[in-house]
Design a protein around this ligand. Sequence first.
Ligand code: DP6
Length: 337
Amino acid sequence: MSVKSSAVAHSNIALAKYWGRSLDQNPDLNIPSNDSVSMTKYGIRHGIHLQTRTAIAFSDAYEEDRAILEGVVLSRREMERILRVVNPLREYANIDCRFRMMSRNDFPTQAGLASSASGFAALAIAAADALGVELSKEELSTYARLGSGSATRSIHGGFVYWYTGDSHETCYAEQLCGPDDFGMSVVIAIIYGGKKDMPSDLGHELAYTSPFNEVRIKRSQEQAREIRKAILDDDFRKVGEIAEENCIYMHAVMMTSNPPLFYWHADTLRLIKSIQKMRKDGLECYFTIDAGPNVHCLCRPEDLYEICKMLEKAECVSKTIPARPAGDSYVTKEHLF
Ligand code: DP6
């Protein structure tokens, strides 16, 4: 047999974040300690759509599994994460052929932008499609999760809620509302494009060493529900305020872990101050920061280009990427090989 499929998925930014896996579950399942909420992002400038395109083929003719990302054959550790997604799908389909996978991001991998969310979401969709496994989007999100936690949410477009659940099957993501149903956009301000010292999959393990982690888990669970309600109530201000608070809680845990994780640079704090100043001056916007130094500025869609201009004034910003909510990830006939 020989089958091939390709899929496109988008990156996402968490408004209520996932940091740390549940201690009651097998850590390989990437089941988080709290629910999270995100916006799936579609970049709208310079051809940077914040998308990953992945093609995967299964064939009797292949002698081994092989995966290539951005032209580079993947290492053992990276291959293990890919197998965590592909192996259960192969088992489900009862197909025992080897695969070839090729994946490409339309954003510079060196821009310090996480690609695991879009990457593993595209992989789960393409692999399931190629193997003829028919799954709902919610079920697909559980397979994407096995590669990367945040990929769970990138299966859907728009605004997305990821439930902790209490098992592999009940830990899935669902769409809260479509891309046009809630007025929020985001500008990513790039201040540093290099690799981070501690990849987030290792950082998750350290969360439990922080004395503030329990407080963060409890409050994040509330924040996720409050943000969900605020999105459904169309309350931009509330979403922004809680997203900022949630981001600070997560970084407080990172900084107080053992060893401590300082993802912020001096320029990260500089941009936080600029965003607070812009807000004070009447341009309503809020910051959020993932496991890295770059800053996401949440804003109303009509203020997107004004926010880009304001952030570009800061000397430390090398580039801004404006983005609006993306549509769902999808299967495509445009294959990479
Ligand atoms: C800070 O999904 O990158 O972006 O499951 O190990 O791939 P792995 O972790 P990852 O963690 C995301 C952490 C975060 C917050 C979030 O996206 O919720």
